[in-house]
Ligand binder design. Structure first.
Ligand code: NFE
Ligand code: MG
Length: 502
């Protein structure tokens, strides 16, 4: 007998996502991932001054604005033929690096950890930490008041196994609170060179508008050192504790196992610190951006399907028959590919570009008692994100050390009457691309293909399910209980539907 389970909306993610599943013989047989909101940034951008693009596209999302701003200025660098001086390149890396750190800490502690950590354990807390005592009295009072949603968004929650060890739960809850402060610090650190956050003022084609001074270098360095300590002493160990308590999640949520990274954080020689590349059907290859297309057979758009973003269009069709999502379905050479920290770490690990990255991956995996083949899993995604957070934070110090006060950060450019540009980079959640076309010095077409559009895509023209859909399908669930395994799988991708529907 086939029955259905709907998770709508899925909480503790960004944006509005519905997961609809069909369950047969105790397993999810089919899954449908639906983005239920249209935003229309690509339409808004038409006819605008091209220099508005990096400001407007940052408004796509408050979590990863720097990634959108970066993709936009890279597309414009390309369209204007302007070279970014070394100082500008380093400042861009430092601003984006700070945004990665903020986003990864946010995802683990504030979105995903409570899938595993038992928040109710705080009611038994006997210590003296005033912050934890505050949380204890709040949660106790809410539970005892027997309202429908006690202690939302933490309770009620799905049934299932949670961390059993009291001390581990309490430590993780304390780190949840500390992580709020760490995110504030990461935003402040980005501000040193971004001017303001979350929407950076300093990102422009040709470089960055913020000057480099010794004071700014010192300010960034002191905040970075606090963040590195938190990542090293709290984030990575907490992920390992969760991995040890839930080893079965290295075998759940495998997904398509095709991985793609555009590469991010340009280095002086033209390479990127985290390399681009693909791993498809078991083979590694160089990235070929001409393979990127978007299908819309099951998406509420009437524009042509299998379009390359250079010629892509955005024409909403809310009544379209057979459609079930506002996300398009990006494909790479027709293949379903997963993007994100897991893809980046897997590609970098395979290319052995940084011995320290490979050592950290080996150390974390050996502590978790698994090999690299288990990275494609719920726990592998959490581990990859924490590893990347550490690697990027460490690298920010290297970039910072390369800065010289008063170094050139910007090169002049002219906006041509007609031009085209492509900006490919990586957001915290994965591969992000912006494609700009300029006519009469105005934007005539602008297309964004965004990480969560890749990961949460609906079925494509060939009816192949998207990465999250594939990761859920085949998962064992108890239909009489709550579908916690499915929720944990989806959250491991760190979806942002606000970005995905842009
Ligand atoms: Ni709204 Fe984003 C990231 C982008 S996800 S968070 O990271 O781009 O699609
Ligand atoms: Mg788009």
């Amino acid at each position: 007998m086939t029955t259905t389970i709907e998770i709508d909306p899925l909480t503790r993610i960004e944006g509005h996502l519905a997961i609809r599943t069909e369950v047969a013989n105790g397993k999810i047989s089919r899954a449908f991932c639906a983005g239920e909101m249209f935003r229309g940034f690509e339409v808004i951008l038409k006819g605008r001054d091209p220099l508005d693009a990096q400001q407007i596209t940052q408004r796509i999302c408050g979590v990863c604005p720097i990634a959108h701003g970066t993709a936009s200025i890279l597309a414009q660098d390309d369209a204007y033929g302007v070279q970014v001086p070394d100082g500008g390149r380093l400042l861009r890396n430092l601003i984006l690096g700070a945004n990665f750190i903020q986003s990864h800490i946010l995802h683990f502690y504030h979105l995903a950890a409570l899938d595993f950590v038992d928040i109710a354990a705080i009611t038994e807390y006997q210590g003296k930490d005033p912050l934890l005592l505050g949380v204890k009295s709040w949660i106790k009072r809410e539970i005892e008041s027997q309202v429908l949603y006690p202690a939302a968004p933490f309770l009620p929650r799905y049934e299932g196994k949670y961390v059993a060890d009291h001390d581990l739960n309490v430590t993780a809850i304390r780190h949840y609170l500390d992580a709020l402060e760490m995110r504030r610090l990461a935003h402040k650190m980005a501000c040193v060179f971004a001017g303001k956050m979350p929407m950076a003022a300093s990102l422009v084609p040709g470089g960055v508008t913020e000057k480099i001074t010794a004071r700014k270098i010192a300010a960034y360095a002191s905040m970075l050192s606090e963040l590195v300590t938190f990542i090293r002493d709290a984030y990575l160990p907490d992920v390992l504790e969760v991995a040890t308590a839930f080893p079965e999640y290295f075998d759940i949520g495998k997904g398509c196992s095709n991985l793609m990274s555009y590469g991010v954080f340009p280095e002086s020689g033209g390479d990127t610190f985290l390399p681009g590349g693909t791993y498809i059907e078991g083979k590694s290859a160089k990235l070929n951006p001409t393979y990127i297309t978007e299908d819309v057979k099951h998406s509420w758009y009437r524009s042509g399907s299998s379009q390359a973003p250079t010629t892509g269009a955005t024409s909403p069709d809310p009544d379209k028959h057979g459609a079930y999502s506002w996300l398009k379905a990006p494909r790479y050479n027709g293949r379903v590919v997963e993007v994100g920290p897991l893809a980046r770490i897997f590609v970098a690990y395979g290319q052995k570009t940084h011995p320290s990255l490979n050592t950290l991956v080996d150390t974390v995996l050996s502590k978790a008692g698994v090999g690299p083949e288990k990275l494609c899993s719920v726990m592998g995604r959490h581990a990859a994100r924490a590893i990347e957070c550490r690697i990027v934070a460490d690298q920010c110090l290297q970039w910072l050390n390369q800065l010289k006060p008063d170094q050139q950060v910007f090169n002049e450019f002219e906006i041509p009457d007609r031009a085209e540009g492509i900006g490919l980079t990586e957001a915290p959640r994965g591969a992000i691309g912006h494609w700009i076309r300029i006519e009469d010095r105005k934007i005539s077409n602008y297309q964004c293909v965004v990480p969560t559009t890749w990961n949460c895509s609906p079925r494509d023209d060939r009816d192949q399910p998207g990465p999250v859909e594939q990761a859920i399908e085949g998962t064992a669930v108890d239909v009489d209980k709550d579908p916690i395994a499915a929720a944990r799988i989806v959250r491991s991708f760190d979806p942002c539907i606000a970005c995905a529907v842009h």
